[in-house]
Design a protein around this ligand. Structure first.
Ligand SMILES: Cc1ncc(COP(=O)(O)O)c(C=O)c1O
Length: 605
């Protein structure tokens, strides 16, 4: 690999690059690349060549950058500044092929706006003399159109900043606080001992003879191993290990007081996989496109997957003034409006809610079920936060239980409910465990569903083992019971304290309003963005809340996701933060937020 260091100043860029180009003319048949710094980074050579040769505006020469100090290994992107738009010139390079591919026009990265990444990518194909099968103009358009804000440009920039800090670049803060994603262990939460012990034995059965592990841990691990042909390295059935599916069904029965059929349980690699496989079943190839009702704001897995599967999003607004509850009149408005353009066939309800943190009342669930029945809709009950309920006046009710309690005809509704080991008190996001309970699906359709998931072979057996621990936890009298209960209660108690701390703090900051975080792991406060800031955002080609979130990141190191990534009523602005930073860090974060908001308002009011 060629190591090529781009100095930041114009002369250095141009002369070093020219020299390098002379020595390293790429053969016509290879994709030209420039490797910046010692590791990383691939960038279209022709872009650099044609665009650095025009003059760099002087403003850009003085931009402070890690490049001014030392070579970088930071993942970065191809950046174009607004000032460079006219001159058609590249402001400076940092680079990362992945981010390059993800960047979109209008993204603000650092203080720079991405103006034409696509053009840059097309230039690569057009000028490289390579007849590439895939270019950005001919790939699946749905893949291009789908967006996932939780890991979007802001988060990529946060990663860059972390690397810049590690290299000694001076910033007004010393660390990036990643409050963008519901990843509890990444924010310092300790794994539950029982889960990790079972997992250790399943992964390394030789430890079964060790005296270090309690008997109940060993018996769980032995059972999982027996069910998985002796090793977690074997494929399981596509729907998952029979033992775990049985335990899931027993767990649901205990939770709801109604029978559950293990044949209706499909284990999956995180709830995401189950949600996506089920959603895919509703897509059509001819006739009007399938419409799926999703809450606004919503968790972007839904909006992204709907686009990817060529379906239509039929958004219904949650009622912010009523603790983000669901209004049937709004559901009716949304379905009627959507039916003018698509065939609405499903409704997603996230309870407890992400990003809104609401926990639906039973009455509200009854209303939604009646609506789904009236409108003949498949219900997606995203219940991954069912253990995360903090409000004393709220309780989790599963959609399935309520349909059963309502009886005929509601208990015949087609419904899928999802749980995950990523959330709750476990926070085992990286182990990718989850399940879907699919109720009342036509047996012929279910057979096709199972066929469709068989192409993926199976979810990881280790992820299934975690789910087994979740649905079959230690019981009173078993050796692990006490520690397990203590650890579980401590996590949930701390999350509950953080939930109320966050809402209280935000509500004491002028210009920010936050509903009670009744459950889940997020707050979704509304922020009043002054007209002057809106105009500034517009001048940068950014949504006002995106501008706000980038300013927050650059000035404080706090990474929260702009509300537009989840959807919000036009004219309102929000951001989503997790409640997951550990209490001391959360306090620091909230203090920083307060002073950021004050200075933002001072600057733009
Ligand atoms: C509402 C909701 N559903 C599903 C998921 C998917 O989680 P996983 O795939 O990790 O189980 C998430 C993750 O944040 C979520 O918030």
């Amino acid at each position: 690999m060629q190591a090529f260091w781009l100095g930041h100043q114009r002369g250095v860029v141009q002369s070093t690059f020219r020299k390098w180009r002379l020595q390293n003319r790429p053969p016509v048949s290879t994709v030209p690349t420039v490797v910046v710094a010692s590791r990383s980074i691939v960038t279209p050579t022709q872009c650099l060549e044609s665009e650095t040769s025009s003059s760099l505006p002087s403003r850009q020469r003085s931009i402070s950058s890690p490049f001014d100090h030392q070579p970088t290994t930071a993942p970065t992107t191809l950046l174009f500044s607004p000032a460079a738009k006219k001159q058609n010139s590249v402001s400076h390079f940092h680079t990362h092929s992945c981010q390059l591919a993800q960047s979109r026009k209008g993204d603000l990265i650092g203080r720079e706006e991405v103006i034409y990444v696509r053009r840059a990518m097309a230039t690569l194909a057009a000028q490289s003399h390579v007849d590439l099968v895939l270019n950005v103009d001919n790939i699946n358009p749905n893949v291009k159109a789908m967006e996932y804000a939780v890991r979007g440009p802001l988060v990529i920039r946060a990663g860059e900043i972390e690397k810049e800090l590690a290299m000694g670049v001076k910033k007004p803060f010393t660390e990036v606080i990643k409050a963008n994603i519901g990843d509890a262990q990444a924010m310092g939460q300790k794994p539950i001992t029982f889960i990790r012990q079972v997992l250790s034995l399943v992964a390394y059965p030789d430890l079964l003879s060790s005296k270090e592990f309690p008997e109940d841990v060993k018996s769980r691990a032995r059972a999982i191993l027996e069910s998985s042909r002796g090793s977690a390295g074997c494929y399981s059935d596509s729907a998952g290990l029979e033992l775990v599916r049985n335990h899931v069904a027993q767990y649901i029965e205990r939770r709801d007081g109604f029978p559950a059929d293990p044949n209706n349980i499909v284990l999956c690699a995180g709830a995401s996989e189950g949600i996506r496989s089920t959603l895919k079943m509703l897509s059509t190839v001819s006739g009007p496109r399938t419409g799926i009702m999703i809450p606004i704001p919503q968790y972007p897995l839904y909006s992204a997957s709907i686009v990817e599967y060529n379906m239509e999003q039929a958004g219904y607004y949650l009622n912010e003034d009523n603790d983000w509850g669901l209004d049937v009149s709004e559901l009716e408005r949304a379905v009627n409006e959507a039916r003018k353009r698509c065939n609405v066939r499903g409704i997603v309800v996230i309870n407890p809610g992400n990003p809104t943190g609401q926990v639906l009342t039973r009455d509200n669930i009854v209303e939604v079920i009646k609506f789904a029945h009236r409108e003949k809709l498949f219900i997606f009950a995203d219940e991954v936060y069912q253990d995360n309920v903090y409000a004393h006046n709220r309780k989790f009710h599963s959609f399935k239980k309520v349909t059963k309690e309502m009886g005929d005809p509601y208990d015949k509704l087609e419904l899928a409910s999802f749980l995950s080991c990523s959330k709750g008190y476990m926070g085992e996001c990286g182990l990718r465990g989850g399940y879907a309970e699919i109720v009342n699906m036509d047996p012929a359709v279910k057979a096709l569903y199972l066929k469709s998931i068989s192409a993926k072979l199976c979810p990881t057996v280790l992820g299934q083992a975690v789910m087994d621990c979740v649905v079959n936890p230690p019981q009173p009298g078993e050796p692990s019971y006490e520690l397990f209960s203590k650890e579980k209660a401590a996590v949930l108690q701390s999350l509950s304290e953080r939930a109320s701390m966050i809402a209280k703090s935000f509500n004491s900051i002028p210009g920010i309003k936050c509903n009670t975080v009744q459950g889940a792991m997020y707050a979704f406060p509304e922020v009043k963005i002054p007209e002057k800031a809106i105009a500034k955002a517009k001048s940068l080609g950014q949504a006002p809340d995106v501008f706000y979130a980038f300013q927050l990141l650059e000035q404080t190191g706090m990474c929260c996701v702009p509300g537009s990534g989840f959807g919000q009523r036009p004219g309102t602005y929000h951001f989503r933060t997790t409640i997951l930073p550990q209490p001391e860090k959360l306090q620091i974060m909230l203090d920083k937020f307060r002073s950021f908001q004050e200075s933002f308002m001072k600057e733009y009011q």
